[in-house]
Design a protein around this ligand. Structure first.
Ligand SMILES: Cc1cc2nc3c(=O)[nH]c(=O)nc-3n(C[C@H](O)[C@H](O)[C@H](O)COP(=O)(O)OP(=O)(O)OC[C@H]3O[C@@H](n4cnc5c(N)ncnc54)[C@H](O)[C@@H]3O)c2cc1C
Length: 390
């Protein structure tokens, strides 16, 4: 075996040790507190501190910037483990790492040196500020404008549904630097926007699920951002810089969905053996067996698609089709399995004494975020025709 092969095995063994450590941490520290924080809709500061110690905020940031430099596949496995216990905390480091990965991919060397080491430790935690009240799927319709003013931009506009924006330190902000540009995307830019005067966090939104994490509306009024904070230093690249992160973002959301699915299956498997009806454990009724079998098949199918997409991403290949399929399968597995688990739990599914209702409330978000599943199906179909054009 050659040196490189030895190094790869050592690296993958190290990464597996990390996945196992995160799994033990999630069981020991997350599981006991998940219900408390979710019910109170309270931000889990102590969990954030533990995640800093684990290195999760630097999981995918390169080692040269102080991160762990994990592969997308290792990272996806970590996300599955966390989300199988409690999905919400995975959003705290996920959104942050989407910002970090955009800076690492498209930022200037100065931006990388200034932000990535602080982001890797979690000292600086970021968010992704794309969505506006009237523009979600259609991001080219945003209205937030950055106008040049000497060496600064003056930003005015509104964002909504921005996760991590209350307790985080800044956001990767999608703006129009040329609102009149045609095609529209050529007038869009990303700013690395630290909080400051004119950056208003309007309020934490009350959510059905994904509670305890801060998802907020933002308002910008003559918010001053130095021009040196323009991602990559060139205007008009924001739309493609955003799209460039979609493959990894979709693999991450897929992993969150698969985690919810796996967690739901585990809860249902236990309950189906504990609960009896008509003189036998309910798992012995064929109708319950059919559910368990379908759930397990969806979990495994989603995980294989995630692995396929992540490995392709790690090999440096384009994986739009694979990442879209993984996201569709992972998120739908989460929605399906949490709903089937609710049925298996019967009336007790509605009790907050059991945790399954939280999985059910958290699951749908994965079908909506990082490209709705309707949009993703259109992406998959277009990619198929592209690859198999007659
Ligand atoms: C809890 C939560 C957290 C979030 N966190 C963030 C965050 O941190 N940062 C951020 O920027 N955003 C965030 N979002 C926003 C999220 O990304 C958007 O909600 C999502 O992109 C969908 O946009 P929309 O809500 O405007 O729906 P719309 O775009 O209005 O879509 C409504 C419906 O129309 C369908 N539709 C629209 N266009 C098409 C089309 N071309 N073809 C087929 N169907 C179509 C959609 O699939 C959907 O079913 C978050 C949302 C939630 C709920």
């Amino acid at each position: 075996m050659n040196d490189i092969a030895h190094r790869n095995i050592a690296a993958s063994e190290e990464q597996q040790v990390f996945v196992d450590a995160v799994e033990s941490w999630a069981e020991k520290e997350l599981r006991p507190v998940a219900r408390k924080f979710d019910q109170a809709d309270e931000y889990p500061h102590e969990i954030v501190e533990q995640m800093k110690e684990l290195g999760l905020f630097g999981a995918t940031i390169g080692e040269e910037y102080g991160g762990l430099g994990l592969s997308a596949w290792t990272y996806a496995q970590i996300v599955v483990k966390v989300a199988s216990v409690w999905m919400a905390p995975s959003g705290i480091f996920n959104s942050h790492l989407i910002m970090a990965s955009a800076i690492e991919r498209a930022g200037t060397e100065e931006q990388k040196r200034s932000y990535l080491p602080r982001m890797a430790t979690g000292e600086y935690r970021g968010s992704v500020g794309l969505t506006e009240p009237n523009a979600g799927s259609d991001l080219q319709a945003i209205h937030t404008v950055a106008t040049r003013d000497g060496d600064d931009y003056l930003v005015n506009g509104n964002k909504t549904w921005i996760t991590n924006s209350l307790h985080g330190h800044g956001t990767l902000l999608l703006v129009k630097t040329d609102p009149a540009a045609e095609p529209r995307h050529t007038g869009m830019s990303l700013l690395i926007a630290d909080k400051g005067p004119g950056f208003h966090v309007v309020g934490k939104l009350k959510k059905m699920g994904y509670r305890s994490i801060d998802t907020c509306e933002l308002n910008f009024q003559d918010f001053r951002v130095p021009r040196s904070q323009l991602l990559g230093g060139v205007e008009g690249k924001g739309f493609y810089q955003t799209a460039g992160g979609l493959e990894l973002g979709r693999i991450n959301v897929a992993a969150r969905g698969a985690g919810i699915a796996e967690g739901s299956l585990k809860h249902a498997l236990r309950y189906a053996q504990e609960r009896s009806a008509f003189g036998k454990p309910i798992w012995q009724h064929q109708a319950v067996q059919l559910k368990l079998a379908d759930m397990a098949t969806q979990v495994e199918g989603a995980k294989r698609l995630i692995e396929q997409a992540a490995r392709k991403f790690d090999a440096g290949e384009r994986c739009d089709l694979e990442a879209a399929m993984a996201k569709l399968a992972g998120s739908e597995a989460g929605a399906f399995c949490s709903q089937e688990a609710m049925r298996i739990f019967g009336g007790y599914s509605y009790s907050v004494e059991y945790e399954i209702e939280r999985y059910y409330r958290d699951a749908m978000l994965m079908c909506i975020g990082e490209g709705t599943n309707e949009i993703l199906r259109t992406v998959i179909a277009k990619q198929l025709v592209e690859r198999y054009r007659i």
